[in-house]
Design a binder for this molecule. Structure first.
Ligand code: SF4
Ligand code: SF4
Length: 377
């Protein structure tokens, strides 16, 4: 496994994310412990040493599960990262309660990397109001945190303000070949690099969308690079950047993990031809006008019961060339309470979306598509 030396630590170029562990009964909160433990064990035994979790992953169950598995390993054999969701803390005391709970759940007495989670315009005021950075700086002085950084979902202009506001040590951004331009990941990477802050990459495959692509984009890559998968090319796009410390992948199966380890074991930057063909595949993919939802489900909890992520997912299946019949079947298999037409445009989900999607407007478009599909089916 390729390693990068950061803060005098050897960090694996592939990091294990815990946001998309295998689950039972299709329930986000029900981690399939047997399958997920197998992923951890394989990763840790094959050179992956960076483990990334967060308070809210898997409805709050990811940290406790991660702690259970890691308790079987020497604490010095892995690098552990978790995050503070200030918007869920409700008070300064709440910040302390969350942090102390994380130490317990993860069965550790220190975090190697600790992040202020999801800094963006709606959530940053909670970090200020509850004096989160001051609290975490104290925890760093006490030796409970080795390195303090942030994960980020907003514009480069906003990042500039946050960078000036605190003495951060690293930054975690959404970086992949689609978001390089679309979400200005290129500028975000440059801002962090200019500040000499190492970069942790999240969503290198955009929630798996860049691993499957669209039929025409996939076809192009299979023709031009038959021995490579889109996932291999996507991971290498991110990993080839010199200031990237690790590339996190939220792997849901051993198969994905093994493929990603293979990529990073024999890591090589993209060749000129690979880069060119990736650009062509991207152009083809973008022609499908997909909704750029990563399926992260941060927007869950709509007061009207709309299942936003699933509505966008079935819409995207259709845009990728799925049949009208399948689209209607997928739509009808959901309870009617989950459908887009229950949306009252209250906007509560919008501030939760790290992709900044105008969810009510996109749901309206989804509604138009499903109506057209009914007319044509
Ligand atoms: S805007 Fe619509 S989908 Fe979003 S929370 Fe409100 S009702 Fe639910
Ligand atoms: S709409 Fe936004 S918050 Fe909801 S699943 Fe998609 S990307 Fe995540």
């Amino acid at each position: 496994m390729e390693k990068r030396k950061v803060f005098d630590q050897e960090i694996s170029l592939l990091g294990l994310g815990t946001m998309r562990l295998p689950v039972k009964n299709n329930e986000k909160g029900e981690i399939d412990k047997e399958a997920a433990s197998a992923i951890f064990d394989y990763a840790l035994n094959h050179g992956v040493n960076y483990i990334d979790t967060a308070y809210m992953y898997h409805n709050g169950n990811a940290e406790a599960f991660t702690g259970e598995v890691l308790a079987q390993y020497d604490r010095k054999s892995y690098v552990l990262a978790t995050k503070m969701p200030a918007w869920l803390a409700h008070s300064e005391a709440g910040v302390e309660r969350i942090f102390e709970g994380q130490l317990k759940k993860l069965k550790t007495d220190y975090f190697d990397f600790y992040l202020c989670h999801n800094l963006n315009i709606p959530y940053y005021p909670y970090f200020k109001k509850y004096k989160v950075m001051e609290y975490l700086a104290r925890k760093k002085e006490e030796g409970l945190i080795k390195h303090l950084g942030f994960s980020f979902h907003d514009t480069p202009e906003v990042m500039k303000q946050y960078l000036a506001d605190f003495d951060w040590e690293f930054g975690q951004i959404q970086l992949n070949y689609l978001d390089w331009e679309m979400q200005k990941a290129k500028e975000q990477y440059q801002l962090l690099t200019d500040k000499k802050l190492p970069v942790i990459v999240m969503e290198p495959l955009r929630g798996g969308a860049l691993a499957t692509l669209s039929p025409d984009a996939l076809n192009h890559l299979q023709k031009t690079h038959p021995t490579k998968t889109p996932a291999d090319l996507g991971l290498r796009f991110a990993a080839q950047l010199p200031n990237v410390m690790t590339v996190l992948s939220g792997m849901s199966s051993l198969k994905q993990l093994k493929e990603n380890i293979e990529t990073m074991d024999h890591f090589a930057p993209l060749s000129e031809a690979e880069q060119k063909n990736l650009n062509i595949a991207l152009t083809l993919y973008k022609e499908n006008k997909m909704i750029p939802c990563t399926g992260c489900r941060y927007c869950d909890g709509c007061p009207q019961g709309v299942d936003i992520a699933t509505m966008f997912e079935i819409n995207n299946h259709y845009r990728l060339g799925g049949s009208t019949w399948t689209y209607v079947q997928e739509y009808e298999s959901l309870p009617s309470s989950a459908h887009e037409d229950n949306c009252t445009a209250c906007g509560k989900c919008v501030e939760k979306c790290p992709q900044g999607l105008d969810i009510p407007a996109l749901l309206e478009k989804t509604g138009e598509m499903i109506k057209a599909a009914y007319r044509n089916s």
